[in-house]
Design a protein around this ligand. Sequence first.
Ligand code: 13P
Ligand code: SF4
Length: 374
Amino acid sequence: MIRLQSQLPDDYSRASKEDLARRVTVAKEALAERLVILGHHYQRHDVIAFADARGDSFGLSRFAADQKEAEYVVFCGVHFMAESADILTATWQKVILPDLNAGCSMADMADLEDVEQIWEELARVTDIERVVPITYMNSAASLKAFVGRNGGAVCTSSNARSVLTWALGLDRPAGTCAKGDKVLFFPDQHLGRNTGYELGFASADMRVVNPRLTLGGLEEPDVKEATLLLWKGHCSVHQRFSTAHVEAFRRANPDGIVIVHPECAHEVVEMADAVGSTDFIIKAVREAPVGSTIAIGTEINLVERLALEQAPGQKIVSLEPIVCPCSTMSRIDLPHLAWVLDGLVEGTVRNQITVDTVTAADARLALERMLEIL
Ligand code: 13P
Ligand code: SF4
C-alpha cells in the first residue's frame, strides 16, 4: 500500500484514550456548527461515538449533500466516501479524511485506465451507446466521472436494484425505449451478480470481465449474449463469509437468522434469510423477533456494536467466527481524529480531500442521477 499519511506527532500517538476523547470533545465544542462529523457504520466504537451522523455510504452521501452550514465535514469512513462528499458539497466546504491511508481495497480493483481500455474493446464488438456504465459507490471519483460522461449512474448497496432497473428500463412499459441493453458494472462483481439474480436474470445473462485480459477474457458472442458485464472485483472482508459458515451456524442454531451484506458471494446470499446494506442490516436486527439468534455477515465493528446494543433476549454473532475487520476503515482512530480537529481549531486544515473541478462535474452527474432514481 502506498503510505500517504505521515506519522502523527507523539503527542497524539502516545496520548491516552481519555485524553484524546477529551481533546475531541473540546475541539467539537469550539468548532460548533462549523463542523460536522460523519461516521460510517464500520467505524470503531470510540470514533463513531463522536459522529453527528452515522450511516451507510448512501445515507452519508445524502447527508453530506444536505449540509448547507458546516464549513468542515470530517468523514470517518474511507477515501471514496470522502471524495463523494467533496463532490456533493459546495466549493467553500472542506471535506477531511482523518487518515489518508483509509482507502478501500475493492475500490482499488478498478482504475480509470483499465475501465477505459475495456470500454474501447467492448465498443469494437457491441453498440457501446447501448451499454450503461454503473459504478458502485466504492470507486474512485475518476470512475464516477467516467460513468457520468457516459450516461451512467453510481449505485450503493442500498439502491443497486433501482439503479439497474433504471439502466435497463426494467420498469418501463413494453415497447418503450430503455436507457440501454447492457450494463458494465464495476468494481464489485458480487453486488452486481446478487442484484442481477434479484431482478430475475440468470447466470447465462452475466459474464465476468477480467481487466487483466483482452476484452475482459470474453469472446464476442459472450459480450453479445450478456446483459450484465461484471468487473472482476471483490471485497476482501465480505468474500471471507462462506456457505460452510452458514451451515455451521444453522447446525448450532436451527431457528437462527442469517443476515448478510450483498458484497458476499452469491452462494452465501442464497442461503441467507436477508441481504442488504449496512443500514438494512441494522433495521433487520431491530425488527427481528424477540429471543432470536442472528448471525451477521459483514464488517466486525458493526456486528460488535449490534451485539452491544442487542435487545434483551436477542443474541447477535458474526457469521464468521474468526473475524476480519476492514483494515483500511480501522485506520481512522481517535489519535487521527483529534489531530485533524485540533488543526481546525488552530486554523490548519489537514488531510483535505479535493476532487478537481472537471472530474467533480462529471462525477456529480453520476451521483445526482443516483440520488434522483430514488
Ligand atoms: P454500505 O453501502 O452498505 O454502507 O457498504 C459500504 C461498504 O464499504 C461495504 O463494504
Ligand atoms: Fe472496501 Fe470492503 Fe472495507 Fe467496504 S469493507 S470499505 S468494500 S474493503
